[in-house]
Design a binder for this molecule. Sequence first.
Ligand code: AMP
Ligand code: FE
Ligand code: FE
Ligand code: ZN
Length: 282
Amino acid sequence: MRIDLHTHTLVSDGTDTPTQLVRKAAEEGLDAIGLTDHDTFDGLREAKLAAEQAGIGVLAGMEFSTEKDGKSVHLLAYGCDPHDEDLLDELARVRVGRSDRVPTMVARLTELGMPITVQDVLEHASGTSLGRPHIADAMVAKGYVPHRDEAFRLWLHEGSPAYVDRYSTELTQAIALVHRANGVAVLAHPWGRGRRDDLPEAYLAELVHEHGLEGIEVDHPDHDDVTRTDLRTVADRLGLLVTGSSDHHGLGKRNNPLGAGLTHPDVYAELVRRITAQGGHA
Ligand code: AMP
Ligand code: FE
Ligand code: FE
Ligand code: ZN
């Protein structure tokens, strides 16, 4: 079985509709995918319908924008009740933070010699969660950069000239919200992009023992072989589930084709078992 538990659609910053994504996954021989758009559940219903037609599984997920000590940490939430009010309120707050910074970022880019408006950005966003990838797409359309990656490398990454911080939920609070919505919490790409020192094993242990973190993503394109081996050892020691995924964003990320990382079928079954046992919505 081939299972890819972290994917995006244009409900956030991917480029496929949920239906297109599910069809593509089926065509490429995947048996199940996790749909994990940023800070929203809005693509799940369509994806589930498409999955029935395509004959593959869709695990209901969401990638929660959280922070630890002011640094961004992504948390994958699987099986949450998509109608949980506390969780929905908090996600709405995060999404307001996403859109609120766009005017400042476009003003910075304009000052930096790349005139661009909020309207230009909105033309590249058709979903629920607005983000830097949509600013990047508008920059590509204006001919300022050849693709999203270059927009991030030069102008949009944390700490770069046009970057503006936004509100994210504190990590342990986010885990608690996921659990209260009967979901399972898995840290996304914990040691990707130089983040290893921000989330050392001792802190991961605290997340497991004091906050009930259930899993970590290990086989992810942002993790090199050494990182994967080390994370697997940490997961063994802490009793964490190990997931694998592509973090597919359609055409939006070039290094993340569907199936680029896979989750073991036993782990998938265990995730579904836990979600079902605690009354979640797998
Ligand atoms: P935002 O959600 O607005 O903070 O933007 C973060 C999103 O941008 C992530 O979910 C990725 O899809 C994408 N992203 C972040 N860093 C990079 C990067 N260095 N290169 C390409 N895409 C990136
Ligand atoms: Fe993204
Ligand atoms: Fe992420
Ligand atoms: Zn993602």
